[in-house]
Design a protein around this ligand. Structure first.
Ligand code: UFG
Length: 349
């Protein structure tokens, strides 16, 4: 699969998924211009990316820019022609979105409108969008297919659903738009080298960054939210997917978008098709790290689903893509990152 000669614009390119994806785009021959507003990332990410990109480092360019900054976006699009945009930039914390709905609507929704206006002005109408399985709300059936009912259960979820709706409207209004909505399940892990990974700012909301910090001795114990779910061990089940698999999924998505004139707006799940419980993830991380992960069983977290995993047939058929890594690989690579950079991108060199 080659993207040789293709120029890709990436928003949120210094984030967890964005940074890994940019590297994989380079490996497949693309050139990349990435932007990030640094609200949830670090300048040092780009240094790590350059090191990993080696002789391909000159094929990527970084501009500090917010998607709401129409003037800077316009200048970038005036200077360069892009074959496709991958749009990662967005706030993503469910709990925070309940406290700051306006910030979420402004950044995620208004920012996307501005980006799309600039793309339209410069006739770049190919888009791969970072959506989420959150658009399925509390799913009634697993595995979840792309035709399952859509429902938002948080302001964050609503921003994703509204964005999806906007993309669907756009594709109806103008057949030149080609839009792939990638609905991610639970991305975890790190670059296999351990030189790139996730650095959550503040107390982690998500399971795996929290487990990592307990294993590192930075937090005393993990709270396991609920052990009375109707699952084999009583804890909730999710479809964890390696960030490198997800990155490869984006390359396949760009190739598909460029090759499919009548794509319209199409949703595709990116997951492994396998669910793991919270206790299974603790065990896998202990195995990978050789560290004990202390935990306490506490009440369920409001708004959590029992079990969520993806139907993967659409991705296999439409993108020719399938995940390769299992949860042990995910934990192994995440531990490689954690043990090398215990303070993430703030670890002294
Ligand atoms: N969990 C714990 N303890 C913690 C953190 C999480 O037990 O400290 C449990 C949760 O209850 C859940 C599982 O670990 O059962 C995974 O939780 P995450 O917060 O890592 O992930 P979620 O599946 O809850 O959330 C993910 C994305 C959201 C998205 C949501 C939609 O992070 O952005 O899926 O389904 F909205």
């Amino acid at each position: 699969m080659s993207l040789a000669g293709k120029n890709i614009f990436v928003t949120g390119g210094l984030g967890f998924i964005g940074s890994h994806t940019v590297l994989v785009l380079l490996e497949h021959g693309a050139t990349v211009h990435l932007i990030d507003n640094m609200s949830n990332s670090f300048e040092r990410v780009f240094e790590h990316m350059k090191k990993l990109a080696g002789d391909k480092a000159d094929k990527m360019k970084f501009t500090k820019c917010d998607i709401n900054d129409k003037e800077t976006l316009t200048k970038i699009f005036e200077k360069e022609t892009f074959d496709c945009v991958i749009h990662f930039a967005g706030y993503k914390a469910v709990g925070e979105s309940v406290d700051k709905p306006l910030e979420y609507y402004h950044n995620n929704f208004v920012g996307t409108v501005i980006l799309l206006e600039v793309m339209r002005q410069f006739k770049c109408k190919n888009m791969v969008f970072s959506s989420s399985c959150t658009v399925y709300g509390l799913p009634e059936e697993v595995p979840i297919t792309e035709s399952a009912p859509l429902k938002a259960i948080s302001p964050y979820g609503r921003t994703k659903l509204f964005q999806e709706d906007m993309f669907r409207d756009l594709a109806v209004s103008d057949k030149e738009w080609r839009i792939l909505l990638l609905r991610y399940f639970n991305p975890i892990g790190a670059h296999p080298s351990g030189d790139l990974g996730e650095h959550p700012v503040g107390i982690p909301n998500n399971l795996m960054p929290y487990i990592q910090q307990v294993a590192l001795g930075q937090r005393e114990f993990l709270r396991v939210f609920g052990n009375d779910y109707p699952t084999p061990d009583g804890t909730a089940v999710r479809d964890y997917i390696h960030v490198m698999d997800l990155a490869e999924g984006h390359v396949s998505a760009v190739v598909k978008t460029l090759a499919t004139p009548d794509l319209g707006c199409t949703p595709i799940n990116l997951g492994t098709g396998t669910g793991s419980s919270v206790l299974e993830m603790i065990k896998a991380f202990e195995g990978a790290s050789g560290k004990k992960v202390e935990y306490r069983l506490v009440d369920r977290r409001a708004g959590d689903s029992v079990a969520v995993w993806a139907a993967t047939e659409t991705a296999e058929k439409q993108l020719g893509w399938k995940s390769k890594y299992n949860v042990d690989d995910m934990c192994k690579h995440q531990w490689a990152w954690a043990s090398k950079y215990p303070q993430g991108y703030e670890t002294p060199l």
